[in-house]
Ligand binder design. Structure first.
Ligand code: EPU
Length: 421
């Protein structure tokens, strides 16, 4: 298993190109199932989760060809409607094949995702939404078995669905299902994340009729079939935010290239609060830090509120900021796995239910630490970059799921990170 060895306390300077967003690319790759024509996707990041999605789609019969960050998918001959446990357990987003398979082919069998390191993460809203559209769904040997048998033309029926709580992949699954349903579907309390909007924009290019993207209410007028299209995946706001926090924590000066500030306002707002200078010039954001950081209170929420996927990274920043802070996690019940590892590096953090109290002003020290999930791992990398001495991070396969060329990008801006086996 690979490990990262990081020698800290180096200022980060230079340019970093931000990759396409993992959480937009995953549903959009899967949207290829909705048409028998070619879907050409550009700016797809090279990540472990993307490979898993390609494996899953190939297993279903999708033809896939690839040149660097462009992927062409053609779902003409789908001969398998089953997403097996082996793939779903490595990537929960596999649940996203349920809506498209059911709406285009009238059947799907998808292993029910279990809990994961950050919480129980149920998928009841995905299932109830599809049932409201007329699907018959049962759980059989740990699998969700869904069918449209008995419905006219075997097609799902558009209806009104209210999702509570707001769910990103739940909205995406039902949005994809609604595109080929009969009649109009109204999705209330929809997720407004830029990644959901990017999926919606790609579906519109494929011929879907969708209104209200980025608002609470999405309306979809179902069509009989979708066509092929070409689409470029939006930038990864969480990757960008992670590099920005790295610059903040290392007295660095970094140009993040290929970003859009309006899609990451809550992150930029907190960086400003932390005392970091931000210069926004269109698709480049410059981050300048003099190393004197103010602590920032964070409370996570659905977009446009502060993203849970940046909570761990800001927790790392708060450990060295000058004063005390509070971090409240409102989305996932167990997303504080990084706390114990940060404490091993010298942080002072106390957790009470979903709130962490951080006594800042610490100089972190290198240690052996263990990555537990994707964003927890990112926070350990940030802590290690600012720490005195050497940090060894074990189980970094989590990072490979979501950060493209992480050590290469960091080393190009002055970090000292080695990957060892
Ligand atoms: N929820 C339910 N029932 C459901 C679905 C969700 O109660 O049927 C709850 C969840 O337990 C959670 C809340 O709703 O408390 C929100 O979860 P959501 O469904 O929005 O999360 P997700 O769709 O499974 C996506 C991202 C996550 C990101 C969350 C929140 C993808 C592939 N994953 O997950 O990304 O943290 O939204 O923004 O888009 C990551 O990239 O590291 C990551 C975990």
């Amino acid at each position: 298993m690979d490990k990262l060895i990081i020698n800290g306390q180096r200022e980060l300077h230079g340019d970093v190109c931000i990759s396409g967003a993992k959480n937009a690319a995953l549903p959009i790759l899967i949207a290829s199932l909705l048409s028998e024509e070619e879907l050409k996707l550009k700016n797809v990041p090279s990540l472990f989760d993307i490979k898993t999605t390609e494996l899953l789609l190939s297993a279903l019969g999708v033809e896939i060809s690839k040149t660097s960050s462009t992927i062409i998918l053609k779902a003409k001959k789908i001969n398998n409607f089953n997403a097996p446990y082996d793939l779903v357990k490595t990537m929960r987003a596999s649940i996203l094949v349920l809506g498209p398979l059911l709406s285009r082919f009238g059947k799907a069998r998808v292993s029910l995702p279990g809990g994961c390191a950050i919480g129980s993460r149920p998928v009841g809203i995905h299932i109830e939404g599809l049932e409201a559209m007329g699907a018959q769904i049962k759980i059989e040997n740990g699998d969700i078995v869904a069918s449209t048998q008995g419905l006219s033309e075997n097609r799902l029926i558009g209806t009104e669905i209210e999702m509570n709580p707001v769910t990103v992949t739940g909205t995406e699954n039902l949005l994809m299902a609604a595109c080929l349903a009969k009649g109009k579907t109204t999705l209330k309390n929809s997720a407004k994340e830029p990644e959901v909007i990017d999926l919606g924009n790609c579906l519109i290019k494929m011929g879907a009729i969708i209104k209200g993207l980025g608002t609470d209410i999405i309306e979809v007028e179902g069509v009989e079939e979708l066509n092929g299209a070409e689409h470029s995946i939006i930038f990864d706001r969480i990757e960008a935010g992670t590099y920005m926090v790295a610059a903040a924590m290392t007295s660095g000066e970094l140009n993040c290239i290929g970003v859009e500030s309006d899609k990451m306002s809550s992150i930029l707002y907190k960086l400003k609060d932390a005392g970091v200078e931000i210069i926004d010039s269109g698709d480049v954001i410059k981050i300048k830090s003099n190393g004197k950081l103010n602590p920032v209170n964070i409370e996570t929420g659905a977009y446009p509120n502060f993203p849970t996927d940046m909570q761990a990274q800001f927790m790392a920043l708060n450990t060295i900021a000058n004063g005390n802070s509070k971090v409240k996690e409102n989305i996932f019940e167990n997303r504080f796995m990084h706390v114990q590892e940060l404490i091993r590096m010298g942080a002072d953090i106390k957790v009470n239910q979903n709130t962490a109290i951080i006594s800042g002003g610490k100089i972190l020290e290198g240690a052996n630490v263990m990555a537990t999930d994707l964003r927890a791992s990112a926070s350990l990398v940030l802590a290690a970059l600012s720490a005195k001495g050497e940090t060894i991070i074990d189980r970094i396969y989590h990072l490979d799921r979501g950060y493209e060329n992480l050590e290469k990008k960091f080393n190009q801006i002055g970090a000292n990170i080695k990957r060892v086996n």
